[in-house]
Design a protein around this ligand. Structure first.
Ligand SMILES: C=C(O[C@@H]1C=C(C(=O)O)C=C[C@H]1O)C(=O)O
Length: 373
């Protein structure tokens, strides 16, 4: 039978109880620390084996497996989001003891690309910010960066044309992982709402908050700048100005947040690709991205789609994109469930070679979880 809870403890007794509980935490912390470093030593050994095999330090497939194992065993009481954050940094550190991974992204700091990169790679990474999406691809192609993080599509605005264009220009670049980032925009200003005359942000962020801005700041003019972090910096240098940017940008530049979560859609999410020179091993929960071209004949696209139907492969994304090298020609981008080594995907790819003018696999990679899943 449970013991009756003591309700009349003296101050001294409860202080002693607190000290005893804290002593237990101190002891556990040292055990956790020892285990963390044991794990890191094993990661160092794994790093040497991979180096001998000519493999890469970062393995999106293995990281997915590690996280899935841990989350399946997790019963609380810590929230899952905490477990994910702890393991993100643990894995980040375990990579860094093997080799410091260099990640290029479209800067400046605290842009949404930077937040996506932090969400996937953690802090123990050498981040390399660039001025454009094209520069992220170039850094990876020249091996100045091991991987790059580039936006692919937003749930409100659709595709990111600069990224798709670069995949066409640099077919040696592969997709080795994807990141889903819930994008929350905030109104940053150091003046009152009624004093705001100009609102700065990246085009996509302004578009994702269009209704909110016209309703709440009808007299302010909207101005596009190259990133949300640049917009935040303008708040510091100009009077009567606001920026639409991230919470992290507000903290970094010391600006007040006048309104939180001003995005029009409650499901605003951007999907990013991690690009590198090789794609990822099979996990069983994968996606494959590819681009293809077809002739301008009736039914040519239907002939491709029917292949996916026949193999019972679920398409998750399709975009047609103008091909700059030839007027009136298009390149199609698709994503679908499955890994390029799965038998039914292999069959679909072989069938596509028959009906398309060109077929190019951008890569297979583990399906990302939503960051709040
Ligand atoms: C330890 C490894 O290297 C990296 C670190 C991992 C980890 O900390 O669990 C997992 C995959 C790799 O990105 C490994 O390949 O197993």
């Amino acid at each position: 039978m449970a013991r009756k809870v003591e309700t009349h403890t003296t101050g001294e007794e409860s202080e002693a109880h607190l000290q005893a509980l804290r002593a237990q935490i101190d002891k556990l912390d040292l055990q956790i620390l020892e285990l963390l470093n044991k794990r890191a030593s094993i990661a160092t050994q794994i790093g040497k084996v991979k180096l001998n095999q000519g493999g890469e330090v970062f393995s999106a497939a293995r990281e997915e497996e590690v996280l899935a194992n841990v989350l399946a065993a997790h019963k609380g009481p810590l929230p899952e989001v905490t477990i994910k954050a702890i393991f993100r940094e643990l894995i980040s550190g375990s990579r860094a003891v093997q080799k410091v991974t260099r990640i290029a992204f479209l800067g400046p700091e605290y842009s949404y690309s930077h937040l996506a990169a932090l969400q996937r790679f953690g802090e123990a990474v050498a981040y390399n910010r660039t001025g454009s999406i094209a520069a992220v691809f170039e850094e990876v192609a020249r091996k100045h960066a091991d991987y790059g993080v580039v936006p692919l599509e937003n749930s409100t605005d659709g595709r990111i044309a600069d990224t798709l264009d670069m995949f066409i220009r640099m077919p040696q670049i592969k997709i080795c992982a994807e990141i889903r980032l819930r994008v929350h925009h905030h109104l940053l200003a150091n003046c009152q709402q009624t004093e705001i005359r100009r609102v700065y942000s990246k085009a996509q962020a302004l578009s994702q908050c269009r209704n909110w801005l016209s309703k709440n700041l009808p007299h302010a003019t909207l101005h596009e700048v190259s990133s949300t972090a640049d917009a935040a910096r303008l708040v510091l240098s100009e009077p009567n100005v606001a920026a639409v940017a991230s919470r992290q940008a507000a903290v970094r530049y010391g600006i007040n947040i006048l309104y939180h979560n001003i995005e029009d859609s409650p499901f605003n999410e951007t999907r990013f690709a991690v690009i590198g020179l090789t794609d990822s091993a099979r996990t069983g929960h994968d996606k494959t991205a590819m681009m293809f071209q077809i002739s301008h004949t009736p039914g040519a696209l239907a002939d491709v789609l029917v292949i996916f139907k026949a193999q019972k492969i679920n398409l998750t994304w399709i975009e047609s994109f103008p091909y700059r090298e030839a007027k009136g020609e298009y390149v199609f981008f698709i994503d679908f469930d499955g890994h390029r080594e799965d038998p039914k995907v292999k069959r679909a790819l072989a069938a596509m070679e028959e009906v398309c003018d060109s077929v190019h696999v951008l890569g297979s990679f583990p399906q990302a979880r939503a960051d709040d899943e």
